[in-house]
Design a protein around this ligand. Structure first.
Ligand SMILES: Cc1ncc(COP(=O)(O)O)c(C=O)c1O
Length: 415
């Protein structure tokens, strides 16, 4: 069935692939608006996981029997599929499967950062970084004597590129930035940041956790040295993430984890390393999850990433307009005209986001509440927490209306 019509996605057809969306509780149909935390998984991906376990479950790389060969081919091909999806012309050599975005970040921070950073060096982040990057680089800087610096925000909640040009200097060794902020919803000019970083011979790491699920990504057009994202936010299963790295950089880096599979030759005295990307995939890797991620990518590509992007932008604009029309709701981040993806963080007057979220749950409206792993950013915004509604391919404007009705219900309760 077609998943696209003249107005955008054929959401009704898409929803048929996600039986979880038929759930009801508290007397209401589920309205799932927590996709930036984890998206749902279509039947096609669930079926692929089941098919792997039912038909060719085996360990990869080392077996000569039929099942191991089938599993190895599917697992290795999944790396190529991811490479194609993000425009990595080096293919599987440039795609490491990890557990999630956080682990991808840690691979580079440990393998590259511990070896390369020292006193006098600087790592430049943004004030809107997720803790996955912020805490990781902060702690690696502490261990190496390097310094962490932060690019600030403009008044309207976007990355301040003038400040970026001031903050990134010849002392900068690494710039690490979110492609899309999981709190502000803004889309950062990552290829401009790459230019500034490279002008100073620094490397550039892009946290694509909130971008890869909802827009076409071309790591080579961005000129990212590293790019990370998670399968579970893009129709894939939990337990698999991606680290893209330019081949020559991954070649130069030492492994992050040691053990089986990542070696070539081992003696009692020393060891040498396997080819890329297996050098960074120690032990039994994420076989079922990796294969299922490739299926999720097929699913998204069938819809078309440009269509996914437009659908998210349309919903974000609608939600932004409806929420900003409420006098007692504060919305964070730029307006849709300034560029915003499918998530909106907000607060209702003095109501704590946790209280709001639990009232919304009474209406079966699932949103996120808290600091969204961006505590320093919330400090900057002057709030302890916020509520966040985030959309995906199966959400509708009618669901945004239900969100607004539920917020109005919460307001009446707290009045
Ligand atoms: C921008 C951003 N970076 C990193 C992460 C961490 O992702 P994971 O928990 O899959 O490692 C998230 C998750 O919410 C995120 O939104």
């Amino acid at each position: 069935m077609s998943t696209q019509d003249a107005e955008g996605l054929d959401v009704a057809a898409i929803r048929e692939d996600f039986p979880i969306l038929e759930r009801e509780f508290n007397g209401h149909d589920l309205v799932y608006l927590d996709n930036a935390a984890t998206s749902h998984t279509p039947d096609q991906v669930v079926d692929e996981i089941a098919r792997y376990y039912r038909e060719y479950n085996a360990n990869v790389h080392r077996g000569l029997h039929q099942l191991s060969q089938e599993a190895s081919i599917a697992y290795e091909d999944a790396h190529d599929r991811v490479a194609e999806f993000i425009g990595a012309s080096g293919g599987r050599e440039e795609v490491v499967f990890t557990k999630n975005t956080t682990e991808s970040m840690n691979v580079v921070a440990y393998a590259w950062g511990l070896a390369e950073l020292g006193p006098g060096d600087e790592v430049v982040l943004t004030e809107m970084e997720h803790h996955a990057a912020l805490v990781t680089w902060q702690q690696i800087c502490k261990r190496t004597g390097a310094e962490c610096k932060y690019i600030g925000l403009t008044e309207d909640g976007q990355l301040d590129m003038d400040d970026a040009r001031d903050t990134i200097t010849d002392d900068t060794q690494m710039v690490s930035a979110v492609h899309v902020s999981n709190t502000l919803g803004c889309v950062n000019p990552v290829s401009d940041l790459a230019d500034v970083a490279h002008d100073h011979d620094a490397l550039f790491f892009v946290d694509g956790a909130q971008a890869a699920p909802n827009r076409p990504v071309d790591v080579e057009a961005i000129d990212a040295d590293f790019y990370a994202f998670s399968g579970h936010k893009m129709c894939g299963p939990t337990g698999v993430g991606v680290l893209y790295g330019k081949e020559h950089l991954l070649e130069e880096m030492d492994p992050y984890l040691y053990g089986g599979m990542m070696i070539r030759k081992v003696t009692f005295e020393d060891s040498t390393w396997n080819d890329l990307p297996w050098k960074f995939e120690a032990g039994t890797p994420v076989i079922a999850q990796g294969i299922a991620l490739a299926e999720a990518i097929d699913y998204l590509d069938d819809i078309g990433m440009e269509n996914v992007k437009r659908h998210e932008e349309r919903l974000a604009e609608y939600a932004y307009d409806r929420l900003t029309a409420m006098d007692d709701v504060d919305v964070y981040g730029p307006s849709p005209e300034q560029g915003r993806t499918g998530l909106v963080s907000f607060n209702l007057g003095d109501v704590h986001a946790h209280d709001l979220s639990s009232i919304l749950n009474d209406y079966a409206v699932a949103i996120r509440a808290g600091d969204h792993c961006t505590q320093p950013l919330h400090d900057r915004l002057g709030v302890a927490a916020s509520a966040r509604a985030s959309f995906y391919i199966y959400n509708t404007e009618a669901e945004v209306d239900k969100l607004v009705e539920a917020i109005e219900g919460a307001r009446d309760l707290f009045a």
